[in-house]
Design a binder for this molecule. Sequence first.
Ligand code: UDP
Length: 249
Amino acid sequence: MSDISLSGGMQNVPQVKVGPVQVAAFSDMQQLLEFIVQQDATVFAGSAIAINPEKVMTAISTPQIAQVIAQADIRYADGIGVVKVMRKRLGYKVQRIPGCELWQQLMLRAAQFQLPVFIVGAKAEVNQQTAAKLRQQKVNLVGAVDGYFTDEAALIAQIKQSGARIVSVALGSPKQELLIQRIRVAHPDCFYMGVGGSYDVFTGNVPRAPQLWCKLNLEWAYRLLIQPSRIGRQLGLLRYLWWYLTGKI
Ligand code: UDP
């Protein structure tokens, strides 16, 4: 199949094209975690972005966003709609990797190896709560700056100076991906992850969908229910569903 390929650095991970977006078919979260932080504590220098149907639709309609997405080193399947397309193409099961869970697991792995972590983003209070909770989990936190900073150059200098090996950025997309690109130029030997609303969920400020909803792959519907303002963003999902059912994606 021409739209499945293997890419450099991830030889054992097939890449599947979902619309214009190439997504890495990690079999599950553990495989991705061990790729980011290896057993000998080596950290992958690069960036990861979660791919869901909303991002695929934005990539189709907005070439600049498609480019931002393509520039990340790892695109992993965060949405069930993306996983469905991948399973169909590959002919075997790959697991969905929810970005929020991946980030929480990565923090635990960073704690295990005492890797220096820097967190950027969310409201000041949420950022502080996140920092406190991470410290409780024995994460070696070397910096925490909320998402409403005014001096970007100072932030980048602070991250570089901190010696962080893992930086997570919660500003929403594509803001977080664009900031990551700029930080990377100054501080390349580091793993970067855009995490959207993960700190809000981690600190309990936004409730995570109950387990049953997650099991039924209805997490997106739950988010819509508690944040109805997301409706505009999610309308594109109907078109995605239609394209999926008619084999266009
Ligand atoms: N945010 C921020 N600075 C900004 C805009 C947003 O720190 O200038 C934060 C906001 O407080 C929230 C997160 O970015 O914590 C965005 O979450 P959202 O759920 O919209 O992101 P998604 O996961 O949908 O991309």
